[in-house]
Structure formats: C-alpha cells, structure tokens
Design a protein around this ligand. Structure first.
Ligand code: APR
Length: 278
C-alpha cells in the first residue's frame, strides 16, 4: 500500500491528537512494546543507559563484555555473574510503576490487545494486567530448567537458591539450572512467535522504555500496518520512529508522559486509583 496518499489518522504529531484518536471509534486494538525503561522508576536499572544501566555496572563482575551475563556459553563456564544479577533483579522486591498501571487501565478500557514486553521483572502481571494479554518475549523467572538435560527444577527450591546466592544444580545430572529467561542466541518462546502476526490488527502501537536494539523483538515495530499510528514514549529517539507520517515521539520519562496522556484522556483519577491499589 502506498503510504504517500494514506489519509493522516492523527490531526497532529502531539499528545492531544493521540488522546483524541484513542477515544475515537477507529482505535480498538492497542499493541504495546515495552523495555527496561518502564521499570527504572521502580528501582530496576535498565541495560544501556550510560552510568545507571546494568551493562555499565556489571564491570565489577569481571565479564569479558557486559552482555556475557546473558550468554549461554559464558553461563556454562561461570554461572556466578548471572546468579548475582538474578539476586539483585529477583521479582518480589519491586513495586510496579504508574506506567504499569496505565497498561492495566488500557486493558480495563477494553483497548489493550497485547502487551509485548522484553522485561523479566513480571511487573506487568504484578500491576494487574491480564496474563493472557502479556507476552514475555524474553521469558521470565517464573520457571527454570537444567541447561544440560532440560529437566525442570522446583520453583521454591530455585527461589531459595537465588535469594541465598547459591547456584542451583540439576537433581538428575548435576548440570547448572537457569531460569527460563531468553539468553542471547536462544530462541524466543513459542507464545511470542505465535503472537507476532497479530500486530497486523493494531490500530495503535505504543512503544515504551526501550532502545529497540535487540532483535527479533525490535522488528515488531515494523509489522504494524501503515494506517496504524506508532507512538514512542521514551527518553530519547530510537529505532525507525519518525519514518512514518503518523509516528509520534512523546519524549520524556514514561511515568510523566503517561500522567499527561491520562490527563488528556480524562483518566487521571482512574489511573491514580489503580496505582494506589498496587
Ligand atoms: N522513561 C522513558 N524512557 C526511559 C526511562 C524512563 N524513565 N529510563 C530509561 N529509558 C529509556 C532509555 O533511554 C533507553 O532508550 O529506555 C531505553 C532502555 O533501553 P535498554 O536499556 O537497551 O533496555 P531494553 O531496550 O529493554 O533492552 C532490550 O536487551 O539486554 C537485552 O534482553 C535484554 O530485554 C533486554 C534487551
């Protein structure tokens, strides 16, 4: 389809046009793509922000390069850095943010089709986003298995090992146990692969808190139809945003942009109430 003569969906590339569109009958299926930037205000560092990002703080774990902490071959040789990070990131210690409550509010308004997240912190489900609407593209700490024989490992036993900074070993073969988090080079979960085609149904794509540097997740942003406006809520410009006539960049801290957007939508009281309950 030729983009040039597509009628512009949005009146302008600004927050009030986005709000106006979201309340129109044309906006039925909102797709979201999340990255670590939506959890930084919960106290969980992102990966690539200079100074504060995890990758600039892992140096103390003397890794050959920061990403090694999520590389299976490095883990096989030395699982200590990952287990150290897992201890710091382990779900349960962090409260979801007001941005996570916004995602739940979209679901309660019947607008959320699917929330694709790269995050392993489970804050989306902890905020009350319906589980069937969440796709954890990079897995999560929910389950774990042996990297050698794939035997699953008991959930509570794993939780105890991580909290006590002990390396869990397979009861069958003695191999190292790793949570079902997608490491670099590993396949993404089946549930992600099956959900990707649904992006065609998006009437609005909202991308929040991600550098869009990791594939195949980042490519989701290219899969929405030309007629689907794409909204970036991020500290800085990323990916191909700006290349389409209906791309809107709402730059800033996601919690602040979300508050402004909900004010425009007249949803600020509901948003605050949801967040207060979290
Ligand atoms: N508000 C808005 N944007 C923010 C905020 C915030 N409060 N904090 C950080 N950001 C932005 C950063 O500017 C950056 O553009 O969020 C983005 C975070 O990017 P990354 O740190 O690269 O995190 P992410 O995109 O989720 O990384 C993707 O890389 O290491 C792998 O598997 C890991 O899922 C992760 C993937």
């Amino acid at each position: 389809s030729n983009r040039a003569n597509k009628p512009k969906i949005l009146a302008a590339r600004d927050i009030s046009s986005v709000a106006g569109y979201m309340k129109s009958k044309d906006c039925k299926n909102v797709m979201m793509m999340l990255g670590a930037g939506v959890s930084t205000s919960a106290g969980i560092p992102d990966f690539r922000s200079p100074e504060t990002g995890l990758y600039s703080n892992l140096a103390r774990l003397n890794l050959p390069h920061p990403e090694a902490v999520f590389e299976i071959n490095f883990f096989r040789r030395n699982p200590v850095p990952f287990y150290t990070l897992a201890h710091e990131l382990y779900p349960g210690k962090f409260r979801p943010t007001i941005t996570h409550s916004f995602i739940r509010l979209l679901a309660e308004k019947g607008l959320l089709h699917t929330c694709f997240t790269q995050n392993i912190d489970t804050l989306e489900r902890r905020a009350g986003v319906p589980e069937e609407k969440i796709i954890e593209a990079h897995g999560s700490f929910a389950t774990q298995r042996c990297i050698d024989c794939s035997e699953t490992f008991d959930d509570n036993d794993m939780k105890r090992h991580i909290l006590q900074k002990k390396i869990a070993r397979c009861v069958s073969c003695g191999g190292y146990v790793k949570p079902d988090i997608v490491f670099f080079g590993e396949a993404l979960p089946e549930i992600f692969i099956r959900a990707v085609p649904n992006l065609r149904k998006a009437d609005l794509l909202i991308v929040m808190g991600t550098s869009l540097t990791v594939q195949p997740f980042a490519s989701l942003a290219e899969r929405v139809d030309d007629s689907c406006p794409r909204v970036l809520i991020n500290l800085d410009h990323v990916g191909s945003f700006g290349s389409r006539s209906d791309d809107v960049a709402l730059l800033g801290k996601c919690d602040e942009v979300v508050r402004d957007l909900c004010k425009e939508l007249g949803w600020d009281d509901e948003l605050n109430q949801l967040w207060d309950e979290t």
